[in-house]
Structure formats: C-alpha cells, structure tokens
Design a protein around this ligand. Sequence first.
Ligand code: FE
Length: 249
Amino acid sequence: MIFRQLFEPLSSTYTYLLGCEATGQALLIDPVVNSIERDLAAVHGLGLRLALTLDTHLHADHITGALHLREHTGCRIAAPAIDALPCADIGVAEGVPLRVGSLLIEALHTPGHTSGHHAYVLGERVFTGDALLIDGCGRTDFQGGSAADLYRSVTTRLFTLPDEQLVYPGHDYQGRRVSSVGQEKARNPRLGGGKALHEFEQIMAGLNLPYPKFIDHAVPGNRACGVCPTDLPEQLQAYCQRMTESLQG
Ligand code: FE
C-alpha cells in the first residue's frame, strides 16, 4: 500500500493519501478544500488515480475538499451514512467494509466529538479523526458532542484495538504525526491510564474552550460536501480562496 501523511497548516489538519499499488486507485481521508491542488499533485505524482474521498466527520474548523475533488477527478464521495448528506455517493457505516482496489477499510462508529463521527481501520493503521488525538481528543461541546459518548467510543472501540495499531489523528497542533493504541492507552492525559468516565467528563467540562470561529460557516459548507460560504469573514477567506482558481494545466 502507498501511504502519505499530508498536513494543512491553517487548520492543522492531517489528510491521508492511501493508494493501491495493484490497481492504481487512491483515496484521501479528510481532504481540506484549500489544499486540493497539493493533494492531487501528490496522487498524480505517485502514478495514482483518485477513486474516493472519505471524511471522518462533519468538520467545524475547515471545509472538506470532497466536492471539488469530485468535480476535478470524477471520484466518489464517502461520508458517514448517519449524517445523511445528499451530496455523498457512499454512506459509510460500521459493519459495511469499504473497498478501494485491494484496500479494505473498516469503519468504526465513534460518536462523541460529533454524533456521526467514524474512525477507519486499514491494516496496521487506524485513522482516528478527532475522536482520539495524540495526547488529547476532539472537543465534545457542540454538533451532538458528548463526553460520555466519546469516552465510550475511545475505551470500547479504539482502545480495544491491538496495542501495536498505529494511531493517525485528524489534527495535531504540535507537529506530532503518529502514535499507537498502546501509547494512548498508557499516557493520553484525558483518556489514558485507566481514567474513569467521571474524570474524563470533569476534564472536558473544565476546558472552557471559546466558540469555534469557523463553525457557522464550515458546518453548512461541509453538509454540502465542501461548498465555500459566500459570507466568509476576511480573515477566514484563506480557507476557500483556491476554490475559484482553475486546476487546469
Ligand atoms: Fe473536528
């Protein structure tokens, strides 16, 4: 399998490029709209053809590149079925494996950051989105978020994977790239070391995070698989500025 970990610095998002060597098909997990040119250059540079985009959840901090990637490549859009996005070609659900060439992706419903959040297992890796970050986790205070749900998702769905399973998170704000289930189980300050539910709930309730600055624009844009809102504040236009640029040539 071909694997690349790509980083989008405005939202500190990791996009994952997975390629099947046998068929030349590729998928992108959590592409970001303002990085699609870079992502396509990576796909084509490896001699691959984009077959699928796959989002872990409805993002509040950036806009997915799914729709524009489909327009440019004819790929299909996969997103959690539970979110019922009319723009998605494939509704992802636990128990229904997703196949791209020889790659077999298993979806795990991991609610708590958002109600529809899914993590994806592929071979020795698990792409945990914002359910489990390195030494952290996504916030649980909006979009159907729930600390109790996230605790259950992480402890019963992710921490039950083998200790050796490599954890590739949806974001990292300190340049860390990969962890493992064993490492997060042992030392994640919010969920590791055998933390009890009430301890986790206390930690999450005490974060006092500010209202996400992009959420009111990003969530409607992502429900449409990546449409740039027309009323973006000036300081956020960088997220979408490339959407009007041509990718031709
Ligand atoms: Fe998120």
